[in-house]
Structures are given as C-alpha cells and as structure tokens.
Design a binder for this molecule. Structure first.
Ligand SMILES: [Fe+2]
Ligand SMILES: [Fe+2]
Length: 251
C-alpha cells in the first residue's frame, strides 16, 4: 500500500501571501503523526519560473539536501520554466527537455511527467515523455500498480478557465492506458479545485490549489477565490491497485 500526500499550484511569487499559504500546508504535512510515503507536487510551483522562486520552493519543500520528512516528488506546470526548475529546484544542470522522474516504492510506483509546453499554458505529453513512460513501465514489468502524475487534466472539468488550457493528445494517453492495466490512476493539478472523474476507465483525481481556489460557474464570481483556505489530498493506493483519495483544507 502507498499513502501519498498531494499539493499543487503553489504559485510562489515572492509575496508573503504565497509563502504563508505554502508554509501553512507544508507545516501540516510535515507534522502528520503518521508519515505518508511521499509528497506529490503537481506543478505551477513557481508563478513566473524564476530561479529565486525555485530557491524558495526548494527551501520550503525540503529539497536539495534540506529536511523533508519523506520524499518530495515534483513535476512542472505551465507557470514553471524547465531550465531554472532543474537548476534551482532540483539542483541539476539547466536543460530544456521535459522534466520526468520515476519513483519506485514497495507498494507502487509514481511517474512524475512533464505536461508543460514551453511558453504556453495548454499542455501536452510529448513524444519524448511518452517514450520515457513506456520504458519505465517496461522496466517495472507490470508487477506494481503505477500512478501517472502530471499538471494538466486530460478531460474537461466543466469550467471555462482550466478547459481553455487543456492537455492535448489525450487519445494517445488513453491508448497507452488500454495496453497497460497496471496504471491505477492519474493525479493532476492545474485546475485549482479538488475534483474526481475518470479517464480511460480509471480514476483521475485533481488536487486542490494552494494559492487560490477556482469558483465553479454555479458559485458566481470572481473566478479565483483567494480567501478559500489552501488544501491537500491524501491518496491511498492499495495492493489491488484501487485508489482512494481524501481531501483537506488547512485553515
Ligand atoms: Fe496553477
Ligand atoms: Fe496550471
């Protein structure tokens, strides 16, 4: 069994507001009496993609030799920029290709995939990333349930804002999942609202945003509810591959 904490869309921008909200959620997760196996951070970590924003994120999330109590697994979103993300968040040489990373744990594996398109707000898992996913799944040999985590949800969420910046090419993802029953579900961010649906017959869970919460069309204006408290999810992936997701806000 895997227990995965999940946050998304910190949009760290150097303001005290963004820092305080991210720190509030981080502190709650760091203080959980029973540690999750890992924390997933599904993109839009920085708001402008500057090195200084990633320096702050690395310190706040306990990356780069700092003191996170469990592994912190990240992927970029449309607000992130790959070269400074690699350099200042991950402490690796700056490079422009997709930032993908695989994490194999006793109860399952998580593939953190880059769905960003440099310079754009819509999303795509590109050919390099699909090749990387296929190779990792091949190596794993179908032995463990696998979660794919990336920023852009591959289905419309019935809100004009996230739906105007979708993940393109989701047919290819559906075809891959049809061949790979070990993919237990998809974990995404981007929409700034906790949501659950299905994709290719498997669970698709969207994590809540840290920076602000999306008001749905039935909830009125403005679109960004900046007073709603930040939230996180706790995903439980059991040994049968069933994904159960719980949501919390941090007041
Ligand atoms: Fe975002
Ligand atoms: Fe986004």
């Amino acid at each position: 069994m895997l227990v995965l904490a999940h946050i998304s869309d910190l949009h760290l921008d150097g303001t005290a507001r963004a820092t305080e909200r991210a720190r509030r959620v981080r502190d709650r997760l760091w203080q959980l009496p029973q540690r999750p196996d890992a924390l997933l951070v599904t993109g839009d970590i920085a708001d402008h993609g500057t090195e200084s924003e990633y320096e702050e994120a690395a310190a706040l999330l306990g990356l780069r030799g700092a003191d996170a109590p469990f592994p912190v697994l990240t992927c970029p979103g449309n607000h992130d920029r790959r070269a400074p993300y690699r350099k200042a968040l991950l402490g690796r040489p700056a490079a422009d290709g997709p930032v993908n990373s695989a994490h194999v744990m006793p109860g399952g594996a998580v593939l953190m995939c880059d769905s960003s398109i440099p310079g754009r707000d819509d999303g795509l898992l590109d050919a390099e990333t699909y090749g990387w996913i296929e190779s990792r799944l091949e190596e794993l040999g179908g032995e463990l349930p696998v979660l794919l985590a990336f920023h852009h949800p591959p289905v419309p969420l019935h809100h004009p804002l996230p739906d105007s910046f979708p993940l393109h090419g989701s047919d290819r993802l559906a075809a891959l999942m049809a061949r790979r029953p070990e993919i237990a579900g998809l974990i995404t961010g981007h929409a700034h609202t906790p949501a659950a649906t299905t994709f290719a017959g498997r669970p698709l869970v969207v994590g809540p945003g840290v920076t602000w919460t999306l008001r749905l069309p039935w909830e009125g204006e403005p679109i960004a509810d900046r007073d709603a408290p930040p939230g996180f999810a706790l995903h439980v992936l059991d040994d049968t591959g069933r994904l159960t997701s719980h949501f919390r806000v941090v007041t």
